[in-house]
Design a protein around this ligand. Structure first.
Ligand code: ZN
Length: 140
């Protein structure tokens, strides 16, 4: 397989970045790695990784059909700031913005700004819930 830039915008190749976490979620070292790997899993339509890295209440909204068949085109992930969530923490939050297009044909990107809460359960980082979500159309 040809090296391919990882969609999470780490500037690494997928093979050296999120792929190893997609193979084994227990290898994810920090919340930032988890957020990036979950974003990449949406881009590459990998529902099992997304499901494995969620708990209640977030997992109530898990929708495999959406992940596999949504027309959304994921454009970018931008991390604004984070609190804790490092190797020796058991929880952490990250504020980030995701931009996407509703379909391949749409020309106007939209943005979702979210603050996510993550927990480490039995050594594995998981997404617990969104603390806040804002939908902002991008003026471009
Ligand atoms: Zn990546």
């Amino acid at each position: 397989m040809k090296p391919e830039a990882c969609p999470c915008q780490s500037k690494k190749n997928y093979q050296d970045c999120c792929q190893r976490y997609h193979k084994d979620p227990s290898k994810v070292p920090t919340t930032e790695h988890l957020l990036r790997a979950r974003y990449t899993a949406f881009v590459y339509k990998l529902p099992s990784f997304i499901k494995q890295t969620m708990i209640e209440p977030a997992i109530k909204a898990y929708d495999e059909n959406f992940i596999l068949h949504s027309p959304i085109q994921w454009k970018s992930l931008h991390i604004l700031n984070k609190n804790k969530g490092d190797e020796f923490d058991n929880e952490g939050t990250i504020n980030f913005i995701v931009t996407c297009l509703e379909t391949k044909e749409s020309t106007k990107p939209f943005a979702v700004k979210e603050s996510s809460l993550f927990k480490r359960i039995n050594g594995i980082w998981v997404y617990e819930k969104a603390l806040s979500i804002e939908n902002n159309p991008i003026a471009k």
